[in-house]
Design a protein around this ligand. Structure first.
Ligand SMILES: [Zn+2]
Ligand SMILES: [Zn+2]
Length: 457
């Protein structure tokens, strides 16, 4: 959409100039990406609207300016993206345009959080079985694993190796563990989104690109509008077993926005902090989510035309979450009426998800949340924030360890936002499954004040 509107504006100023701007993302075909990189490097293209796919690993230097649309989530990404501009010995320009997002709001009010801070420590959980197993398989494929090697892989390596032997991936011999297959292990370096789904033009069989499995339910459901290089397509069918979506060219006057519903149950508690009326927990949870409908919204005005049901399978995720509970009495004492508790917790949840990247190297799209006035597993008003990666990538642990500063920044971001009743810069979320309803901004501040008054600093 950025590329399309840039082209249109350029063509209005200088007819033909619009052709020298293109779009770029990881899901494009490899040849297409190489061609775009080449064209940009040689000046045939003057500008590229890109996702973070251009951040790393692409040989692209010497741009004059970079305009970053929204804080990328981490200082490491911010400097990577800004660093794309600059020829040797010359000045370059990088501009960050803050978007409607609680974290962007916070950074606009606290620039020292960008300029005064080092690049964040990477968060990862090397003991995550979903990470460790494939790592050990790759290591064994390079050279047989010895007992001494296992020490290097830390806690859980012995169990992970035993599981790989059990699964037939490794064979144990007196000299170590050997990879049993001729082919190398298949590991998705991008993460765990599931197998990518191909986007195919039905009439011609042309492969337009791919979308990661996790996003396919949202972006490629039947009826979804899919954009490719500014060209618009509508999805006819999505076959999840074959990993393929069939589309046809069509330029409707609306965009589509999928909605999901989520439920969560606590599997186990790893650690907790009893802080009087407030409880803080870290543990394993099962999250079930299902994309159930989509809205059609008019492109020009954003007006909702209708909401249509979808029939897609539910997806399960075993992961790690951080959650806090408050006693109902403490909420009443703080001036939150019982009827306003759901909106207060929901607003606090959205902002807390938005601010988590401040303490953990993650993107708000890597994180999910759920809030409820009474959760069956905690029997109290509760806000859950969970890691979107199977087994957890370490984000929830970091949030748990830095809860006071994380939730303090969340409270400040809400309080400092200039709006009256809540907006996308504070408590509204672009990925809310409930259409940002109910939400209460003033009550979210009261909730967080109760939590912060009781948590140790
Ligand atoms: Zn606001
Ligand atoms: Zn929500």
């Amino acid at each position: 959409m950025v590329a399309t509107s840039a082209r249109r504006s350029l063509d209005e100023a200088v007819p033909g100039l619009g052709d020298r701007v293109a779009a770029y993302r990881a899901g494009y075909l490899r040849e297409e990406r190489r061609e775009l990189e080449r064209a940009l490097l040689h000046g045939e293209l003057l500008g590229l609207a890109s996702t973070n796919a251009l951040e790393l690993g692409v040989d692209l230097i010497g741009l004059d300016a970079v305009v970053i649309c929204g804080y990328p989530g981490t200082r490491a990404s911010l400097w990577q993206q800004a660093g794309r501009a600059g020829r040797s010995g010359q000045e370059a320009l990088a501009v960050l345009v803050a978007r409607d997002d609680p974290l962007d709001t916070y950074l606009v009010h606290h620039p020292e959080a960008v300029f005064g801070a080092p690049v964040e420590a990477t968060v990862l959980d090397p003991a995550n079985a979903y990470v460790l197993g494939p790592q050990l398989a790759c290591a064994a494929a390079e050279a047989p694993l010895t007992a001494a090697d296992l020490e290097l892989f830390g806690d859980g390596a012995k169990e992970a190796v035993a599981a790989l032997v059990e699964a037939g991936a490794l064979r144990q011999r007196p000299t170590g563990w050997y990879w049993r297959h001729r082919e190398r292990p298949e590991v998705d370096l991008r993460g765990d989104g599931g197998a990518p789904v191909c986007v195919v033009e039905a009439a011609t069989g042309r492969l337009l690109g791919t979308v990661d499995g996790g996003s396919a339910h949202f972006l490629l459901h039947p009826g979804a509008v899919y954009l490719h290089q500014g060209a618009s397509y509508v999805v006819d069918s999505l076959d999840l077993d074959d990993g393929c979506a069939l589309v046809h060219p069509e330029e409707p006057e609306w965009s589509t926005h999928a909605r999901d519903v989520t439920s969560l149950s606590v599997v186990s508690v790893r650690s907790y902090l009893d802080a009087g009326p407030v409880g803080l927990f870290l543990g394993e949870v099962d999250v079930t989510s299902q994309v159930v409908s989509y809205q059609r919204r008019r492109i020009a005005t954003g007006e909702v035309i209708d909401t249509r049901p979808l029939d897609l399978p539910a997806r399960e995720l075993r992961t790690v979450a951080v959650w806090f509970t408050l006693s109902p009495e403490s909420l009443i004492d703080a001036g939150v009426a019982p009827a306003d508790v759901p909106g207060a917790l929901h607003a606090a949840e959205h902002a807390a998800i938005g601010l988590l990247p401040l303490v953990a190297t993650c993107d708000r799209w890597d994180i999910g949340g759920l809030s409820t006035a009474v959760h069956p597993d905690t029997e109290a008003p509760t806000v859950f924030v969970y890691d979107g990666h199977p087994g957890g990538a370490g984000f929830a642990e970091r949030a748990y360890g830095m809860a006071a500063s994380w939730l303090g920044a969340t409270r400040d971001a809400i309080a400092e936002c200039g709006c009256e009743t809540g907006c996308p810069s504070c408590v509204q979320s672009p990925k809310c499954g409930n259409g940002n309803n109910p939400l209460s901004k003033p009550d979210a501040i009261r909730v967080l004040d109760v939590v912060l008054a009781n948590l140790p600093q």
